[in-house]
Write a protein that binds this ligand. Structure first.
Ligand code: NAD
Ligand code: TYD
Length: 367
């Protein structure tokens, strides 16, 4: 029996991870440690609510007494730190909370785990701490031209991707806070021999994603016949990772990844934003038969400040060392995702009532 303390387990990826682990293993205990910010939603975990292998602790990762209490009470073998402020636009508006939660919260998690796991002989037993980070810490890539200057086709090996060795170069307050947290994790490993490692994933999508992020926001707006706000020229590129593929990677990295190492998760699902938006419109129109849902709903709006142009992952290390590769092509994952949102109107209704409306109006104005 292995026990996992999952912080941020009521959020998008954390809740998918908890459900994945409970489905995959019988002999597992999961402690979901979450402060339930606007992004935390226990409805995501309705399927786990009565499962004796699952416990919820409503507490903050910045609160050292609560973290220490949870570590003593539940004695986790693994801590997976998902908890964070995760939305770039919010970080541009209010950077302070990103430093507080993402940096100081992580330092607090590291201190608390280090104290709880210290075996008195300079070791930490078989405990392991995984920091869930992002490809955004590497900064931004150019969109490669598919032809070289002389007109010959560019060889795929000459296209630039993020590798684990790519220098950190964050641009947004969000990515700066995640990079900073990663450096603390590395420092605790290098200084104290603390048993930590880091995963850096690309943009996730799938069920239970809060509709402030591109894909669920566009699905929600299309279903409401509201305009779909595309930043700038719509040609920014993200490398899309279906959340279940990510959960599989987290499980593998947590158990079999080498301590002190970084593992990039993602790869070869790069799409422009405008392609994503048009694909969503087409699929929703096909599925619902609603002919008024079409490209006329697209509105190009003012670009995000400091908008990173392209993220693209080279998933070679995780493939070679752990045998992981993303299984879900974007065109398959997006259909599963749209179907999930169509099948769960109540979930969308609950998360988009109240404070979501205020956020939306502040961010995008009325439409
Ligand atoms: P999310 O915003 O959906 O969920 C974050 C969760 O953390 C929420 O349940 C929230 O209540 C909780 N939380 C926030 N502050 C907390 C605190 N102080 N104490 C305890 N809990 C707190 O985020 P997500 O999209 O599920 O992302 C999870 C992790 O993955 C984050 O660390 C994020 O940086 C990283 N990540 C996400 C993506 C993505 O595409 N969503 C991509 C790369 C990396
Ligand atoms: P987002 O989902 O916020 O993820 P991230 O910024 O962490 O990559 O945004 C994904 C892309 O979609 C990004 O290039 C910004 C763009 N975008 C829009 O064009 N319109 C929107 O309303 C949102 C939320 C994002």
């Amino acid at each position: 029996m292995k026990t996992y303390l999952v912080t941020g387990g009521a959020g998008f990826i954390g809740s998918n991870f908890i459900l994945y682990m409970l489905r995959k293993y019988n002999d597992v205990e999961i402690v979901n440690y979450d402060a339930l910010t606007y992004a935390g939603n226990l409805e995501n975990l309705a399927a786990a609510e009565n499962d004796p292998r699952y416990v919820f602790v409503n507490a903050d990762i910045r609160d050292s007494e609560s973290v220490a209490g949870a570590l003593v009470a539940h004695q986790p073998d693994y801590v997976i730190n998902f908890a964070a402020e995760s939305h770039v636009d919010r970080s541009i508006d209010s950077p302070g909370i990103f430093a507080d939660t993402n940096v100081m919260g992580t330092v607090n998690m590291l201190n608390s785990c280090r104290a709880a796991w210290d075996d008195g002989k300079g070791g930490f037993g078989s405990h392991r701490y995984l920091q869930v980070s992002t490809d955004e810490v590497y900064g931004s890539l150019e969109i490669p031209h598919n032809l070289c200057a002389d007109g010959s086709p560019r060889h795929p090996d000459r296209i630039e991707y993020f590798k684990e060795t790519t220098p950190l170069n964050p641009h947004s307050p969000y990515s700066a806070s995640k990079a900073s947290a990663d450096l603390f994790v590395k420092a605790y490993h290098d200084t104290y021999g603390f048993p930590a490692l880091i995963s850096r994933c690309s943009n996730n999508y799938g069920p239970y994603q809060f509709p402030e992020k591109l894909i669920p926001l566009m699905i929600h707006n299309a279903l409401q016949h509201k305009t779909l706000p595309v930043y700038g020229d719509g040609m920014n590129v993200r490398d899309w990772l279906y959340v279940e593929d990510h959960c599989r990677a987290i499980d593998l990295i947590a158990t079999d990844g080498r301590l002190g190492e970084v593992y990039n998760v993602g790869g070869h699902n790069e799409r422009t934003n405008i392609y994503i938006v048009k694909t969503i419109l087409k699929k929703i129109a096909e599925t619902t038969g609603d002919k008024t849902i079409d490209e006329r709903l697209i509105a190009y709006v003012t670009d995000r400040k400091g908008h990173d142009r392209r993220y693209g992952m080279a998933p070679d290390k995780i493939k070679t060392e752990l045998g992981w590769y993303p299984k879900t092509p974007f065109e398959e994952g997006i259909i599963k995702t749209i179907d999930w949102y169509l099948d769960n109107p109540e979930w969308i209704r609950h998360v988009t009532s109240g404070i979501y409306q205020q956020y939306y109006e502040k961010m995008y104005g009325q439409d």
